[in-house]
Design a protein around this ligand. Structure first.
Ligand code: UD1
Ligand code: UDP
Length: 354
């Protein structure tokens, strides 16, 4: 098979790492990097650390309004597809790069494989929800990492090409955990295990609305203990533009590479996040997670008790942290996101479909 993979944003590089490796054992893959994320710490670091092959095409689209950004990517991806004529276009998750890749392929009648299909927040205000619904409806193979995702697709009439696999992010974590532990944290970020909380905040719904961002900051101020915050450039910019300040217990660091991030997660007493990937990783490390959103696509983490949804409500965030501190959870054995073989399962399903 000849596969064109479209990547652009941080979580997609991490998802692509294990699958590219599995795919390239027997097939030809070329990578298009849209340039949606471009800072060294948001892009190159992952290619270097995780051994992802260098992109064959770099579109350099950068930061723009949704329409302009998606439109430029669509034009750029289409040109490559016309030239390369692949058997498959592979897209990941729910970013503007995902949608652009899927639309470009759909218009040229090239089959699309969507990794992380079927996830739903049922909140159409989120740009990610629109991207994932549209991508699923033009995809030929829909790789679902959870049973809930399969059910969500069924409700929308999608059953053909739906394949339940493990989660490629679990593959990445299981594969790199040992390497990360051996490598240890950089000297610039040394923290004692379980003596800090880890936070990430970048969702448009939390950052674009100053009231929500302020409510999260107020919660951080009320939480006892040090909070390490690898700050997403989006949030950094908005905090600076609005001259919002962070409380003294919040230690801001630059976004970190994947190996450092998963070590920071593992060593955290608790995680506070609005990230999709970080919620799952918290579960995989058995670290309690407080999710700063009103809903989540990863509902099973909430059902198990390891994740609590608080929205951007100061009191709810503080209460969730207190609850986890007073009620430690027993370790669990279930592997919600598979046993690290999702990438191999995906390649097999693509081969069968031909
Ligand atoms: C995007 C995805 C989101 C995903 C996130 C992962 C969409 C609609 N959103 O959100 O689903 O969870 O990536 O991190 O696709 N910026 C930089 N340097 C960079 C990248 C971004 O400074 O390398 C700043 C720019 O000011 C930019 C802002 O961050 O305007 C937002 O970037 P963008 O890619 O549009 O959205 P994200 O918030 O990163
Ligand atoms: N991540 C990272 N460095 C950071 C913050 C996050 O490597 O400073 C990783 C994290 O471990 C997870 C992924 O990035 O694998 C999640 O990406 P992000 O939160 O940007 O996007 P989302 O998952 O919400 O779409």
């Amino acid at each position: 098979m000849k596969v064109i993979t479209v990547l652009g944003a941080r979580p997609q590089f991490i998802k692509a790492a294990p699958l590219s490796e599995a795919l390239r054992k027997k097939h030809q893959e070329k990578i298009i990097h849209t340039g949606q994320h471009y800072d060294y710490q948001m892009s190159d670091v992952f290619f270097e650390e995780l051994g992802i092959p260098k992109p064959d095409y770099f579109l350099g689209v950068g930061s723009k309004q949704h329409g302009a950004q998606t439109g430029e990517m669509l034009t750029g991806v289409e040109e490559v597809l016309l030239q390369e004529k692949p058997d498959w276009v592979l897209v990941y998750g729910d970013t503007n790069s995902t949608l652009a890749g899927a639309l470009a392929a759909a218009k040229l009648h090239i089959p699309i494989a969507h990794v992380e299909a079927g996830l739903r927040s049922y909140n159409r205000q989120m740009p990610e929800e629109v991207n994932r619904v549209l991508t699923d409806h033009v995809a030929s193979l829909l790789f679902c990492p959870t049973d809930q995702a399969v059910k969500n697709l069924k409700q929308e009439g999608l059953t053909d090409g739906v394949v339940r696999t493990g989660d490629v992010m679990a593959d990445a974590l299981y594969f790199h955990a040992k390497r990360a532990e051996e490598r240890k944290l950089a000297e610039t970020i040394q923290y004692k295990e379980k003596s800090y909380l880890l936070a990430t905040v970048h969702r448009a719904e939390n950052t674009d609305d100053p009231n929500r961002l302020q409510a999260i900051i107020n919660a951080f101020a009320q939480i006892q203990g040090q909070i390490i915050l690898p700050l997403h450039p989006r949030t950094k910019k908005l905090l600076r533009d609005r001259q919002m300040t962070l409380p003294g217990n919040v230690e801001v660091i630059e976004p970190v590479g994947y190996l450092e991030m998963i070590l920071l997660e593992k060593g955290a007493e608790l995680i506070l996040t609005d990230s999709g990937g970080v919620q799952k990783e918290a579960y995989l490390w058995q670290v309690p997670c407080v999710t700063l959103r009103d809903e989540t696509e990863w509902v099973e983490t909430v059902h198990t008790g390891w994740n609590t949804l608080t929205g951007a409500k100061t009191e709810a965030i503080v209460a969730a942290v207190t609850h986890y501190r007073q009620n430690p959870l027993p370790p669990y054995l279930d592997k919600l996101y598979g046993n690290g073989q999702a990438s191999a399962e995906i390649v097999t399903a693509m081969e069968k479909r031909g």
